[in-house]
Design a protein around this ligand. Structure first.
Ligand SMILES: O=C(O)CCC(=O)C(=O)O
Ligand SMILES: [Fe+2]
Length: 300
């Protein structure tokens, strides 16, 4: 059996049809991994994977990054464990709202993620899409002067910072990613460890650039982000229950789209760990306060 890869209307992404993931042959898995490197984001419609199948799918791409100890998948959902709609005071709700900013997963961790696999179980009638942006094409679209200007720059990445900027102050240990190890420093231009292609490596967690004032760094990072996340480099996925997507966090930004948070939305997320050789960043600082660092008065 041969899978069909239909490119999406974007510089990234393909829709993969022609088989059930749980039944893929080794030949088909080779096709999928090759397609992942070519397209950077893959949509598999109508798969309805069980949590175990979802985790097995993730393991085809690498080691699983557990967001809770011993838990290989997590709910991305506005329902509490007993099925009630979350209130805006809940930290998990604030995490969902934070996801509405362009980001790539776990860049605030010592090792940033390789990939993420997100599956839809319950979706609202309107909104709640996920949008993706191709940072390979975004890098290629920069003029030569900008490419030269950013070639040797790096930024610190922090979830305290990005959540505080969105208006949500978290304390150390309050949720995954709020650790005490300091913020990792990552190059603005990432060379893909498999394809060798350069990609812009930015997003909401990036907040400080050594050698620049914080204001200049913020302006540069915002300008790059705004220019990068434009057609034809973006793709908006309108979820149907049963869809699963996988994307390459080394060269793709994503964001959740808002919806009526009184309506249930239940997604399942499996994160695939980066490789220590290529995803550990350049170094770390320890200037983050253990109680969560709020960069501006607007964060309170
Ligand atoms: O809820 C979404 O659409 C995306 C959430 C997200 O950022 C993720 O799964 O990594
Ligand atoms: Fe994410």
């Amino acid at each position: 059996m041969n899978l069909l890869f239909t490119p999406l209307d974007s510089t990234l992404g393909a829709r993969v049809t022609g088989g059930r993931i749980a039944d893929f042959t080794e030949t088909e898995w080779t096709q999928v991994i090759d397609g992942f490197h070519t397209y950077a984001a893959l949509v598999f419609p109508d798969q309805h994977l069980t949590p175990e199948e979802h985790v097995a799918f993730g393991k085809r791409f690498g080691e699983i990054e557990c967001l809770r100890p011993g838990q290989p998948y997590v709910a991305v959902s506005n329902l509490t464990p007993d099925g009630k709609i979350m209130t805006p005071k809940e930290k998990r709700y604030q995490t969902l709202r934070g996801n509405e900013g362009w980001h790539t997963d776990s860049t605030y961790m010592p090792i940033s993620a390789k990939a993420s696999a997100l599956a839809a179980e319950v979706v609202p009638a309107e909104g709640g899409e996920t949008e993706f942006a191709d940072m390979r094409a975004a890098y290629d679209a920069l003029d030569a002067d900008t490419q030269a200007e950013i070639a040797d720059l790096a930024a610190y990445h922090s979830l305290y910072q990005s959540q505080a900027k969105a208006g949500f102050v978290f304390k150390t240990g309050e949720a995954y990613g709020y650790h005490t190890d300091g913020a990792p420093l990552r190059p603005l231009v990432k060379v893909h460890p498999v394809t060798g292609r350069k990609a812009l490596f930015i997003g909401r967690h990036a907040y400080r650039i050594p050698g620049m004032s914080d204001a200049d760094a913020a302006a540069l990072l915002d300008d790059l982000l705004t220019a990068a996340c434009q057609a034809p480099r973006t793709y908006l996925h309108r979820w149907q229950p049963g869809d699963i997507m996988v994307w390459d966090n080394r060269c793709v930004l994503h964001r959740a789209c808002p919806y009526d948070y009184q309506q249930p939305r239940v997604m399942r997320h499996v994160r695939i760990a980066g490789e220590p050789q290529t995803e550990c960043g350049i170094g770390a600082i320890a200037d983050e306060r253990a109680d969560g660092y709020a960069p501006s008065p607007a964060a309170h």
